[in-house]
Structures are given as C-alpha cells and as structure tokens.
Write a protein that binds this ligand. Structure first.
Ligand code: EPZ
Length: 426
C-alpha cells in the first residue's frame, strides 16, 4: 500500500465526545489465551488495528480459524495442531511472544522465535523464561527459536518477578492455569489488562485470584476442564489518555467514553496538577482547561504508577506549560526519541540519561515530522493540532498498529486533519 502521511493544520480545538476502542494491550493477549479454550472463543470490543491482524495471522498459522465481524472476533482453536510461531511473524510484532504461555499450557511445548528489540528498548524476555522455568519448563535456543518443553510436566511454584513485567506476568499466568497444584506470582504486574486476561481465563474454567494486585495465585486445573468463552475487552486506557491530552492541550471540553476512570488515576491526577478540570463517571472522563498549563514532574512506573505509554503525550503538554517540567522514564531505556521530533517544532527539551528537562514555550511551529513509535506518533499529531501552520506526520504504520481510525476520531472532534498519499520522493 502507498505510504500515507497525516496532514494537520494547527490552532484548532478538540471538543466533544469520542468512543474509545478496546484495549490493544489486552485484546492481543485475550486472542492468545483462546488457544487454551480448544473451541470457538468470541471476543467483543476488539480494536480494528494492524497488530490485531498480525495476532490473527499468528493464530491461523497455528491452525486456528479467525472470523472478523466488525469489533467481534470468533476464534476457533479446536484444530490448533502446531505450536510453532516463526520469526517472520514475531519480527512483525513482538507481542506474538504472548502465545508462548498458552501453547505450553495446552501442549506442554512450544517453538516461538525470539522477539527482537524495538525503537524504545531491548525488550528482553529473560523474566518470561525464568518464571516459566520455575514451573518446570525447559528452554533451548535453536538458531533464534525458543524451544520450550516440559519433560516432567508443569508443577505450580512460588515465583518472584524481579520486575513487574507485563508480558512475563501474562505468559506465566497462561501457562500456570494448567500447571499441577498452586502457583503464586509475587511482584506481578498490576495493569488493568492483566485483570482483564485473568477474568477471561476464569470464564474459561481457570482458577486465578489476585489479578490486578502484585500477588496473583493460580490453582492448576486439567486442560480438559478449560473451555471457550465469550468476553468483552476492556477499554483502551492509553488511547483514552491520548485523547484526554488533546482536550487538555486545546481546552476542550472533551469526553472519552467506554473507559473506566479507575484505569487512569495517575494521569487524571497529573492533568489536574497541570491546571485541567477533570470530571469522571462510570465509563467516561471529561477534561477541560481555562487556566494556563502548569509545569509538572512525571516519573513513569509500572501500574499504578504513571504509564510509560502516556509519557510522550505528557511531554507535549509540558512543552507548552508555564515553567520547567522534569520527566523521568523508568520503564524503557530509550523512550525519548519523541523529544527530537518535538524540538523540530520549537519545543525546548534537554535530555540527560533517563531524564527530560522540558522548558515551556509559548507555541510550537508546524513541521514535517516522523513517528518513531506508536505513542510518539500519536503525540506528534496532537502537536500538529496546536502548532502554528501545517504539520505532516510520516511513518503512520506505527500509529496504525495501536489506534483505530485516529485521524477520523480527531476530525470528529474538530481537528483539520487528513490522510493523503505521501508525495513520491523526487
Ligand atoms: C507491555 O509491554 C505493553 N505492550 C507496552 O505497550 C507497555 O509499554 C509495557 O507493557 C509497560 O506497561 C503490550 O502489552 C503488547 P514489560 P511488555 O514486560 O510486556 C523489561 C505500547 O505502546 N523486561 O512490562 O513488553 C523491558 O525491556 C507498548 O502499547 C526485561 O528486562 O512490557 C522493559 O524495559 C509499548 N525482561 C520493562 O521490563 C523481561 O523478561 C517493561 O517491560 C521483560 C521485560
């Protein structure tokens, strides 16, 4: 498909209501968990984004069938007859590694290509492996492919994660559901997507408790007692946070619907600290701002700390605030590439190891910019909406991985935005 760019004209406001899609970082794992159901699992509120397409391809390569009906997926894994996920798919999306746990949980073995790193960091999986080894999984690496076997079967264990890794927690969870006996995962990741996965596993017949806290306990059940289920994905807190930043930038009022405000407590606290008015209801959040943006310090941390996936969006807010903000990225080792693009639009950011010192400026200037990762790309489009003049955002493939109809949703809120074929290089 032709490369496309987003052209956005500045000095527009974003106001009104926007429906938030299902969470990318939950739906991908729910799809992987369907392997354990050995029949047709129905998933609702699945976002229409390219990462979902790749995970569907991974499942089809394993022998599953995936039917798409708008935001519903019907995934039949009865005939999954392979436990092999090749490099060509894992290299397209590193989250494919999420099939490792359920393949081991179902077949006691798996062959999954090792994922590489990406722009934001090395993205190691050592904690996935240590945790699974504690359950009795044995790993060999054969030319870049992880070979997992369970020579003596899997037995529950008490595992302590040295870092609350989201992916490691999920892979261990999906394997431990059929490990014999009791498993405890201490220092588990507490993200809402983990709780969503555990709720679906329990609906399939698993016995998981404590998900959403740092101590998750699993009573193993026989594979035969797991069955397919119907499940609705939780709303995407990062998409919601991204739009809330858009409302905070331009003054709003902007309402995101289809999201539990409890998922965004820290981000809401920071929006209020920056001078925004935030109201919340059962499944909606409204942001507005009349006062000037106030500077704020931010430390990204595992949930319930400030989400690293909103770091770029809040750096944009800080770039237009009244003083100096210090943003510290504690989760990934290289997640400040956005700053370089923002500086091309006139922001004043000094990087010092994992700190970004952001001195507020009065305005930004539109410019041609490039997405470096999914969240930076989304933030660059927001920057174009408040900058003077026109901004063209390139490498939209990053944005399309995780935002359903991003330009269309922003246009419905008042942005002057369009996607056009990129001019061919002269
Ligand atoms: C998930 O990545 C999300 N991706 C990320 O969202 C999110 O930023 C991250 O969690 C943190 O919340 C998906 O869910 C598909 P981690 P994941 O394991 O599971 C290191 C987005 O924009 N680490 O919690 O890979 C790792 O390198 C994406 O939607 C190890 O060293 O995150 C990283 O520095 C970006 N060894 C840190 O821990 C391991 O075995 C957090 O990783 C595992 C992780």
């Amino acid at each position: 498909m032709n490369q496309e760019v987003i052209i956005v004209r500045g000095n527009h406001t974003l106001e009104g209501d926007v429906q938030i899609s299902g969470a990318k970082n939950s739906a991908l794992k729910l799809m992987a968990a369907s392997i354990l159901g050995q029949g047709e699992t129905v998933l609702h509120n699945v976002p229409l984004i390219s990462d979902i397409e790749i995970m569907a391809e991974v499942l089809e390569r394993l022998g599953a069938t995936v039917k798409r009906e708008e935001h519903t997926l019907r995934i039949d894994t009865a005939n999954v007859n392979s436990c092999e996920t090749p490099y060509e798919l894992v290299s397209k999306m590193r989250a494919s590694i999420s099939v490792l746990g359920p393949l081991i949980g179902r077949f006691g073995e798996a062959r999954v290509a090792m994922p590489g790193g990406c722009q934001i960091g090395a993205r190691k999986i050592d904690m996935h492996l240590v945790g699974l080894e504690a359950l009795g999984v044995h790993f060999d690496v054969d030319h870049g492919v992880l070979e997992a076997t369970t020579p003596q079967g899997m037995k529950g264990a008490h595992v302590y994660l040295e870092f609350p890794s989201v992916g490691a927690t999920e892979n261990m969870l999906m394997a431990a559901v059929t490990a014999e006996g009791h498993t405890a995962i201490e220092n588990a990741a507490c993200e809402p997507e983990i709780e969503d996965l555990a709720n679906m596993l329990n609906a399939m017949g698993a016995k998981v408790s404590g998900a959403g806290t740092s101590l998750i306990e699993i009573e193993g059940v026989p594979l035969s007692s797991l069955h397919p289920c119907e499940h609705t994905t939780v709303g995407d807190r990062i998409e919601a946070g991204t739009f809330l930043v858009g409302g905070a930038l331009t003054g709003g009022p902007l309402t995101v619907r289809g999201i539990d405000p409890a998922f965004l407590r820290m981000a809401i606290m920071k929006l209020r600290a920056m001078g925004c008015e935030v109201q919340t209801g059962k499944d909606w959040i409204t942001v507005s701002r009349e006062a000037p943006l106030c500077s704020v310090d931010i430390q990204t941390l595992p949930h319930p700390g400030f989400p690293t996936d909103l770091q770029a969006q809040f750096m944009l807010l800080a770039a237009l605030a009244d003083d100096v903000s210090v943003i510290t990225e504690n989760v990934f080792e290289n997640r400040f590439m956005f700053a370089a693009e923002l500086m091309r639009m006139g922001a004043d950011v000094t990087l010092d190891d994992h700190h970004a010192i952001v001195r507020g400026v009065d305005h930004l200037q539109g410019a041609p910019v490039s997405s470096t990762d999914l969240r930076a790309g989304a933030a660059l489009v927001l920057a174009g909406i408040v900058a003077d003049g026109e901004t063209s955002v390139h490498h939209l493939e990053h944005i399309d991985r995780g935002y359903e109809d991003y330009a269309g949703k922003l246009a419905s809120l008042g942005a002057d935005i369009r996607r056009v074929a990129a001019p061919s290089p002269r």
